[in-house]
Design a protein around this ligand. Structure first.
Ligand code: FES
Ligand code: FE
Length: 431
């Protein structure tokens, strides 16, 4: 515990104007804004940690980040999933350097302090040298106080007063379920976690997945051409496709075309599914909408693509850089060969060198590369598409807008501004 006297707080309230649809590029480039995001957004939001399928027996662990904080997620002897700050309480080295694995304990390689699967300091070499006043109980790993799962997806939150994960997800669950609840058996992780580094602020990716279908026809034109059976690229009905965007008051967003013949792009997966059964389970609206095509963001930095089973985290690495971590998550009941076909399809489309993923990454790096120019930085960006189109629609839970709209982007930045402008739990007395 220490007073947060190293922190200076920046007033960012004028940097975004969600109602007017304007965004100041300083939010993508300024170190002080970035620091405040770590403090006021990442230190108190539900952040994706891992998939439950990655932990099968006690001692299974996976290393990740919450913001820039290194996190160790592991299964203890009671088969509970716990998350700890991966930093030794002695001089601060990581107590685990492997990306994932199975272990009996976490032993720091600097001086050898060793922690059990519940984070307790279990062994200290030459402990006698500390004398009487030293108690191992006081020096366990710092535990993330909230770890909760939603249908296999594990999230953590540092805020001791965080609202439950399900409430934070809110109406997004209806849309998300069309991806992760197609199979009564749940989902499984196929293959490893793909990781790559991109020049670009983390928000460029997060907001795009929340709100931006508008880029698809232009940015992905060549990829769409490759994928189309005629090789002729997007037809008029695709380029002008109707669809919906879900706009969450908690900053999440999801966009998806709506079509009676909504199908999976991968023909092996398309042939595998029984669409009548899917309609029975999910209802018509979800099968014709968010079940396949589309993308979404859980505020702040977790996104997914149901059409190929990709989930990803945009890990912030300074204002100008992000590290993308992507998993392939598929129905547990899918036979091996269908899974493998979908894993390869995901790799080809949205893996680090995927034909779609490269288009997106290129755009974010392009926008970032010039955003720091002094004059450039002063010129506001336009998030005005579909202003005023947000509405309640009895067919879709929550508030929705049209497919081509910035509504969820405006909502993303409304939430961003709210969190950036209010003190977090650790800024209050006694924390
Ligand atoms: Fe971990 Fe010293 S830093 S034992
Ligand atoms: Fe894209």
């Amino acid at each position: 515990e220490r007073p947060d006297n190293l922190a200076t707080t920046l007033d960012v309230s004028t940097m975004v104007d969600p109602d007017g649809g304007l965004v100041d590029r300083g939010i993508f480039t300024e170190e002080a804004v970035y620091k405040q995001e770590m403090k006021r957004i990442f230190a108190r939001s539900w952040l994706f940690l891992a998939h439950e399928d990655q932990f099968k027996r006690p001692g299974d662990f996976f290393q990740t980040f919450m913001g820039e904080d290194p996190i160790l997620v592991s299964m203890n002897r009671k088969k509970e999933i716990k998350a700890f700050l991966n930093s030794c309480r002695h001089r601060g080295a990581r107590v685990c350097r492997a990306d994932f694995g199975t272990t009996k304990n976490f032993t720091c390689t600097y001086h050898g302090w060793s922690f059990d699967l519940d984070g307790n300091l279990a062994n200290v070499p030459n402990e006698y040298a500390y004398g009487e006043g030293f108690d191992k109980k006081d020096w366990g790993l710092v535990e993330v106080p909230n770890v909760q799962s939603y249908k296999g997806l594990i999230f953590g939150n540092w805020d001791p007063n965080a609202i439950p994960l399900e409430d934070a997800l809110g109406d997004l669950r209806w849309y998300l379920d069309a991806f992760i609840d197609r199979d009564p058996e749940g989902t499984t992780v196929v293959g490893g976690v793909m990781k790559w580094v991109l020049d670009g602020n983390w928000k460029l990716a997060a907001e795009q997945f929340a709100t931006d279908w508008y880029h698809v026809n232009m940015s992905h034109a060549s990829a769409l051409m490759v994928m189309s059976p005629t090789g002729r690229g997007p037809k008029k009905e695709i380029a002008e496709r109707p669809g919906k965007q879900f706009v969450s008051p908690n900053g999440h967003g999801a966009g998806f075309p709506v079509h009676e013949r909504n199908r999976f792009d991968n023909s092996v997966v398309h042939d595998y599914y029984d669409y009548d059964a899917l309609r029975e389970r999910l209802g018509d609206k979800r099968v014709t909408g968010p079940m396949t095509n589309g993308h979404a963001t859980v505020f702040p930095s977790f996104s997914y693509l149901p059409v190929n089973g990709s989930i990803r985290v945009w890990h912030p690495k300074g204002p100008n850089k992000m590290e993308v971590w992507a998993w392939t998550v598929l129905d547990k009941s899918m036979p091996e060969e269908v899974r493998e076909a979908q894993r390869l399809h995901n790799l080809r489309t949205f893996g680090p060198s995927g034909i779609f993923e490269q288009d997106d990454g290129e755009n974010w790096s392009e926008c970032q590369a010039i955003a720091g120019g002094f004059i450039t930085n002063r010129v506001a960006l336009n998030y005005q598409m579909g202003i005023g189109t947000e509405k309640e629609d009895p067919d879709y839970p929550g508030t929705t807008s049209e497919l081509f709209s910035d509504a969820a982007g405006r909502s993303f930045y409304r939430k961003w501004r709210e969190l950036m402008s209010t003190p977090a739990w650790h800024e209050k007395e006694g924390n």
